[in-house]
Write a protein that binds this ligand. Sequence first.
Ligand code: ATP
Ligand code: MG
Length: 335
Amino acid sequence: RNRKRLVDCRSDIDRWNAPFLAIYESLVPAEEEKAKQKQLLASLEKLVNKEWPRAQLYLYGSCANAFGVSNSDIDVCLAIEDTDINKSEILLKLAEILQADNLQDVQALTRARVPIVKLKDPVTGISCDICINNVLAVVNTKLLRDYAEIDGRLRELAFIVKHWAKKRGVNVTYQGTLSSYAYVLMCIHFLQQRKPAILPCLQGMEATYVVTVDDIECAYFDQVQKLREFGAKNTESIAKLVWAFFDYWAHLHDYANAVISVRTGSIISKRAKEWTRRIGNDRHLICIEDPFETSHDLGRVVDKYSINTLREEFDRAANIMQYDPDPCVTLFEPY
Ligand code: ATP
Ligand code: MG
């Protein structure tokens, strides 16, 4: 297959700015939803503190990273110091406490890759997953949220890409397609690479935020309010960026050799990371480096079948953005 791009961006691309922004606006959650989430978190914390007085609850994932659509589930991390008790025991105890307080559908999934307790709050109707001591996820949530403050186009692009991925069925990790987290990293990296750049590389700047989690030092410049003008020299519109994002993943990305890296704000080689061979189930068919757990490839869920599905979807999206008379509708048609 010849994947070389043959054409430049259609000249009428900016006609779709307003419709894309309208889609973005329709996905952004209302303020009262945030308030409900905070309220649920506070009542959960009270319950948890009866059993573990020093434990703390943190929101992470899309409810806290600025990339959450309305009515999504919330992700909560229980940070607890007692390392002598094992996670399964804590989860089972937690499930017992929550059940006794009349929370609905309480379920402890102790054997999942990330063990969690699931529940639904009958008062707010919010569903919630609670994990234990997954502090790295809390830190990468902050990194994503900080990037979102720098230039509004990141949030717009990521909402549109996540919406597309959900509608097209390519946001299902157990089927070998990518997580929401991976898609947001793809968007950040893409905006770091625009010329001129729309986003900086926060981990390449003087560190103003430093924490060590599970022996990994997480350090980056987090005074993002000082970077609000960073992307101003680039005036690309949201429609152009959506076009260019899919053009990149359909035609320009070097799947054989390249790893995208938000940590360095650049492309690095698979060879440098020793991601050229399949080891166990890690095939590295599309490589997205985790910004902190750098040995972790977020593309590792992708297998030899799902890589074709993904690339066909990128091709389809790129074609629609280039040729379709109504890209804002066609792009999101259910598969
Ligand atoms: P959605 O709106 O689809 O729920 P989300 O941002 O909550 O999106 P998830 O993929 O559910 O995304 O992941 C929740 C959080 O868990 C992420 O924001 C990230 O902090 C963390 N996370 C998810 N997958 C990974 C991973 N493979 N490695 C490290 N952290 C991850
Ligand atoms: Mg989530």
